[in-house]
Design a protein around this ligand. Sequence first.
Ligand code: DX5
Ligand code: ZN
Length: 237
Amino acid sequence: MIGTVPRWEPCRDAIRIAPSLLAADFGRLSEAVHALDGSGAERLHIDVMDGVFVPNFTFGSDTVRALRSETKLPLELHLMIVEPDRHLRTFAEAGADAITVHWEACPQLHRTLTAIRALDCRAGAAINPSTPAVALTDVLEACDLALVMTIDPGFGGQRLIERTLVKVHEVRAEIERQKLATEVEVDGGVDTGTARACVEAGADVLVAGTAVFHHRDGPAAGVSALQSALGDTIAGA
Ligand code: DX5
Ligand code: ZN
């Protein structure tokens, strides 16, 4: 299936790697974050889950605040929660640099994205694998980040659903058509075997949990391995 996705010419300035803390040792989050120092990771991806939108629980705003004092990396929050509007200010004040909400959780997505920007955060909109790319078309100009989930959200360590790469290309094409600077991010199952296909489909931000934090030589080696896997793609950017 990956072979049938139209190839995106990777002329972006650079591809960004966003390690996801979901795969880190929750008892040693501080160490996990410091292990990324100097790794080339461009931002820290923090998955917030409420046990309702997805069948799992993770971090809250107090954890975000604690992480804020541990790293200079931008903190990108991926809210997998219902009614995210109720919590935007709390997360912004805890130190979020970017907040991504799900299309499936936001009946007035444009309003939510506008509210995120009003809090001086970059605004992201995410779609699940079962949601078509066109769901984002009318909010792309209100987005700094379009997140195409490449797994069903809730857990790390899953296999990338190849069909979702078609949507990565569709979202990228629509961003180009509208002449926007919105980033295209992929999240789920990104590893050294799939990273290049994601970039060639149109992604410029790669979220990676397992591939970074479970790398046998540590998180920095995980980031480096992903960059190497991009090979000519990143060299030609
Ligand atoms: C899952 C999260 C992802 C997760 C990805 O719902 O949104 O950010 O950490 O994990 P890997 O990279 O292990 O697939
Ligand atoms: Zn995520």
